[in-house]
Write a protein that binds this ligand. Structure first.
Ligand code: ZN
Length: 212
């Protein structure tokens, strides 16, 4: 008798997290993506903490650009934090990344385009690489190296926030103040998660000026 596999509506096996455990297999890449306030970093921390409990050697990297909370921590919005190494470029991860079983990368959208080849290199050398990042910028465009990472990853988890206007699942990070600068650091209050319909409607309305 065929083994039962839980399936989603598209009738494809649902992946939540890698469930095989063989020492013979090589490394792999997992991507956790979604909008702001979707719990990406919380999910990254959950996976890394479990690996750490199992005494796997774990290290976390984030781009130096992200100074919202503290230099040394990957910090999620619920203040559940984990220490990390800030690096200025993706290739610097290779410099630090010897001898680790699991490598986490947070805020991946802010890294340079070399990040996908860095992750491939690590995975090819037996490392479990877990990447978390925004898949779209506030204009709804693919963000930085995220499209490449999504293409090369074995496993992709898209997490959703809740639309602040209607309560549906949200995938857009809508900026609530004017300006076209791509990165607004330390200003999570300037964004709201929206679903597609509310995002389209909100983009048609004029934004407040930042000085207000
Ligand atoms: Zn909505």
């Amino acid at each position: 008798m065929a083994r039962k596999i839980s399936k989603n509506r598209n009738n494809t096996p649902m992946f939540l997290e890698k469930d095989t455990n063989s020492k013979n297999i090589t490394g792999w890449i997992e991507v956790i993506c979604g909008s702001m306030f979707s719990g990406k970093t919380e999910e990254l921390i959950r996976r890394l903490n479990r690996a750490r409990i199992a005494r796997q050697k774990v290290e976390i990297f984030k781009p130096q650009i992200d100074k919202r909370y503290s230099e040394e921590d990957v910090v999620s919005h619920n203040a559940n934090s984990i220490r990390s190494i800030p690096v200025q470029s993706a290739s610097q991860i290779l410099f630090y990344a010897n001898e680790f079983d699991v490598i986490g990368i947070d805020e991946a959208q802010f890294f340079d385009m070399e990040l996908s080849s860095v992750c491939s290199h690590l995975a090819n050398h037996g490392v479990r690489v877990i990447v978390a990042g925004l898949d779209m910028d506030f204009q709804g465009n693919p963000f930085g190296p995220m499209p490449q990472l999504l293409a090369i990853a074995e496993y992709v988890t898209k997490v959703h926030a809740i639309c602040m206007q209607c309560g549906n699942l949200a995938q857009y990070s809508h900026r609530t103040i004017a300006g076209d600068k791509l990165v607004l650091l330390g200003e999570t209050e300037s964004y709201e998660p929206l679903c597609r319909a509310c995002y389209i409607r909100s983009r048609r309305q004029p934004l407040k000026e930042q000085s207000e």
